[in-house]
Design a binder for this molecule. Structure first.
Ligand code: ADP
Ligand code: MG
Length: 172
């Protein structure tokens, strides 16, 4: 709790610098997924990566993008039932790469959807569970510091899809 809160304030105050370099998003996602696989296995969740091999590099801070992915994947694992599926996909759209984390979990009530990126906000079903409600606020700050966007689509009881954008490394 304390560490996520101080992390958020460090990012908000601009104390955390974003060191952008061209990075291979497919490789990065694959490494993060490998790292979280044991956790997914324990919850009986499948975890897949589907990223085209020739996808262009993105201009981003490797550690920060990892942090966004870990936050999204932790949520996907936490808010899924045994037997569920989680996948990470990416595609090109203009000068952006879109990265999505898709799950077949509990979903998010439509009334909560506009607020989940706010600090401390948790949807009804998550209120009793662990977590600080800061993970998505941190992810949003990081993505926006890269000039990107992050959003969620969800259907209650069916699953959620979180997508963020990062600039292609060659774009101006
Ligand atoms: N993949 C997901 N499936 C369902 N609900 C989610 C998912 N990711 C986030 N949420 C909702 O958004 C809220 C905020 O997420 P987050 O900021 O990561 O906080 P925390 O994980 O600490 O609860 C969660 O409490 C939950 O209600
Ligand atoms: Mg979280």
């Amino acid at each position: 709790m304390v560490s996520e809160l101080s992390e958020l304030s460090r990012i908000e105050s601009g104390e955390v610098s974003i060191k952008k370099e061209p990075i291979d998003i497919g490789g990065l996602v694959t490494r993060v997924v490998e790292r979280l696989k044991p956790q997914a296995d324990r919850s009986r969740l499948s975890l897949a990566v589907d990223i085209p091999s020739g996808i262009p590099k993105v201009l981003a801070d490797k550690e920060r993008v990892e942090q966004v992915l870990v936050n999204l994947l932790h949520n996907a694992i936490k808010f899924s039932h045994s037997g569920g599926r989680i996948s990470c996909v990416a595609k090109i759209e203009g000068d952006d790469i879109l990265v999505s984390v898709v799950d077949t979990g509990i979903g998010i009530p439509v009334d909560d959807l506009p607020r989940i990126f706010e600090r401390f906000y948790k949807a009804d079903k998550a209120r009793a569970g662990g977590g600080t409600g800061l993970g998505l606020a941190i992810a949003k700050h990081i993505v926006e510091a890269h000039g990107g966007k992050i959003w969620a689509e969800s259907s209650e009881g069916k699953g959620s899809k979180f997508t963020f954008t990062l600039p292609v490394a060659t774009s101006p």
